[in-house]
Design a protein around this ligand. Sequence first.
Ligand SMILES: Cc1cc2nc3c(=O)[nH]c(=O)nc-3n(C[C@H](O)[C@H](O)[C@H](O)COP(=O)(O)O)c2cc1C
Ligand code: SF4
Ligand code: SF4
Length: 277
Amino acid sequence: MDMSSLILYFSGTGNTEYVAGYLQRKLASLSVDAHLASIEHLKPEQTQDFDLLIIGFPIYAGAPPQFFKQYLDTLPKVRQKGLFVFCTKAMFTGQAIADVCEGLSGKGYVPIDYLQVGMPGSDALPFMSKESKYVQKALHKNYETMEEINEFAQKIAAAVNSIKQGKRVDSLRGKVSKGLPVLNALFQGIWDFGYGFAEKKIKPNFQANDQCVHCLQCVKQCPAKNISIINGKISFADRCYMCMRCINQCPQEAIQIGKRTLHKFRWKGPRGDFKPH
Ligand SMILES: Cc1cc2nc3c(=O)[nH]c(=O)nc-3n(C[C@H](O)[C@H](O)[C@H](O)COP(=O)(O)O)c2cc1C
Ligand code: SF4
Ligand code: SF4
């Protein structure tokens, strides 16, 4: 039996795209061909063309990004298709993996395994000085060999082979560790409070300064279609996902969040070449 696999992801600043691409290359080396697509370019119904779904997303406020969940909610129902889930994070993932697995189980997917990959924090980087320890660590980390992704790829390849041979593959359903409930709820509460506060400070304060050359790259790249040009000036509406793409990608470093991002670092993914299509 032939099996087609899809790696479906969202990436604001390049981390998740890097992991998705790395995983695709590793799977290819294990003789598993996987199609790679961002949710920005694949209609939910197109996922039906694949037998196995591997999804990846960045963690926002200890959860999957809301717009990512909304996309998953629109996926068509399936009959017992395998599911692998990965996220990229700076620190705390809360119940994100369990949430996504539960949601997609309801659609007929069978969660098989998951992975959390530690990456530089896209929320913090544009506020940091270029010389700071955190930035230097992010720049000099070894992204070429990521053992945890190699192992994940091996698990996926093993599952693909089992399914091809008609063998049973164990489901992860209900087995994703939720940690200690009280501690988790406490942590999530603190996290939600912190991000709620940050959101109020960040979202309304995006602006393009006079370094802007009106190239319109930010308008084209914003996944929320939140940026437009009004009376010759770059303008931000109120639909921002806080993905941090615009501020990191602007070729003029013209986009700022208030004054605290002036002359600070801009992150273009682990290889320094992230270009959302
Ligand atoms: C709005 C926002 C909220 C975030 N919240 C968390 C969080 O709660 N926990 C965490 O570990 N990382 C958090 N991060 C960091 C990202 O999950 C991490 O940097 C991720 O790798 C970014 O992936 P991307 O480059 O594909 O967008 C947050 C980033 C953003 C932009
Ligand atoms: S990407 Fe930067 S330079 Fe280009 S239009 Fe947007 S703010 Fe201006
Ligand atoms: S305006 Fe918001 S959603 Fe759009 S690219 Fe910038 S941070 Fe992302």
